[in-house]
Design a protein around this ligand. Structure first.
Ligand SMILES: *Cc1c(COP(=O)(O)O)cnc(C)c1O
Length: 379
């Protein structure tokens, strides 16, 4: 099966009671036993639920992993993965990772005794130099948020393997359609399904996809023990969204390429960050590990000409909102919104400025989106 067929069919055809074409929602907390020790594979919804299992089979197939846990949010997935480790363990990660992940690592886990190195992961020498005796995990996010820096997955994962550390990739930004971390040796992949996999901005969710049986067993144990699994209602919605992942990603990308070119030529835009532009400095890596460029981009607004707040107020189709990956376009300021929890020093270190605008390009008509940006950029 190719990925488009997997998206529509995997995990879906499970109703043998009434032959419903669509996976039913099983909103039950508990399942009865036919006799002691004999049930139909489910006993309690925190541990397992047929609707959630359908979604898990679907996402595992899309990503090319052996199994998946669907979680309440993306952060729930990341939290569960961090419980593979314990206080005293060392984790190498980027200095420009998702703001919520940074907050969990730096403000919650670090005070509990987890040891982190937040580094520029594009610099392979820095990654090698960061390895310590207690290094147990390398956490990769590529492309990074919001500046679309690319981390060399194959090289960084090789460093992790040599150190006998787990390698985990947050693949939210490109989705399984445009990037396959398991092909580069990742042990686990995580997603915020809130974003492209669901794609309709109407649910929050997450996923951990396992590349190995031992990780699957431990991961599923942790998700149940921590109680972070996804509600059957939410799992049902995410499964509905996942079926159209491929055509959505293609439509998102067509628009993003057009918009990136428009912005790059605009006099009130100082710089555009998008992997689909020739001006992106990491062309070789982009070709090697990405099957597409995605639809997230960022740019530096010339705020001497166009005031930041005025720009957002004038936009009609780009809602001023955090999040990304939905069919509708969004725009926001990482400095004041999505990445504010990094603090001024952290923001500066990662290259984010007060003028940085992050855009999640939706699937509306590109001409309408460009006309909208054009009038807002007049200042
Ligand atoms: C949104 C996001 C998360 C967190 O997911 P939630 O569903 O909001 O908890 C993690 N990583 C990345 C890259 C994200 O964009």
């Amino acid at each position: 099966m190719k990925i488009r067929t997997k998206a529509v069919h995997t995990g879906v055809n499970i109703d043998k009671t009434f032959n419903s074409v669509i996976t039913p929602i099983y909103p039950t907390s508990t399942f009865f036993f036919d006799e002691i020790g004999k049930n139909k594979g489910y006993d309690y919804t925190r541990s397992g639920n047929p609707t959630r299992a359908a979604l898990e089979a679907n996402i595992a197939a899309l990503e090319g992993g052996i199994n998946c846990s669907a979680t309440a949010t993306g952060m729930a997935a990341i939290t569960a993965v961090m419980f593979f480790l314990k206080a005293g363990d060392h984790i190498i990660t980027g200095d420009d990772i998702y703001g919520g992940t940074y907050r969990l690592f730096n403000a919650v886990l670090k005070p509990m005794g987890y040891d982190f190195s937040f580094i520029n992961m594009r610099d392979l020498k820095a990654v090698k130099a960061a390895v310590k005796k207690n290094t147990k995990m390398v956490w990769i996010e590529t492309p990074s948020n919001p500046l679309l820096n690319i981390v060399d997955m194959e090289a960084v994962i090789a460093i992790a393997q040599k150190a006998k550390a787990l390698s985990v990739v947050d693949n939210t930004f490109l989705s399984p359609y445009f990037q396959k971390p398991f092909e580069f040796g990742a042990d686990m992949v995580v997603h915020s399904t809130t974003k492209y996999i669901n794609g309709h901005s109407d649910v929050v969710g997450g996923a951990i996809i396992y590349g190995r049986k031992d990780l699957q067993e431990r991961g599923r144990y942790l998700v149940n023990a921590l109680g972070v699994s996804q509600s059957p209602y939410d799992a049902w919605l995410v499964l509905r969204g996942a079926k159209t992942l491929v055509p959505r990603m293609e439509a998102h990308q067509v628009n993003a390429i057009e918009i990136a070119h428009f912005l790059e030529g605009h006099k009130n835009v100082k710089k555009v960050y998008y992997p689909g532009l020739k001006s992106h400095p990491q062309q070789v890596l982009i070709k090697k590990q990405m099957k597409g460029f995605g639809a997230m981009l960022a740019f530096e607004l010339n705020t001497r000409e166009v005031a930041l707040n005025k720009f957002f107020k004038k936009l009609k189709y780009f809602a001023l909102a955090e999040s990304l990956g939905g069919v509708e376009s969004l725009a926001e300021t990482p400095w004041y919104m999505s990445h504010a929890s990094m603090g001024e020093a952290g923001l500066r270190a990662s290259g984010i400025t007060r003028e940085t605008v992050r855009v999640s390009v939706g699937i509306e008509d590109a001409d309408d989106l460009i006309a909208d940006l054009d009038q807002a950029l007049k200042g």
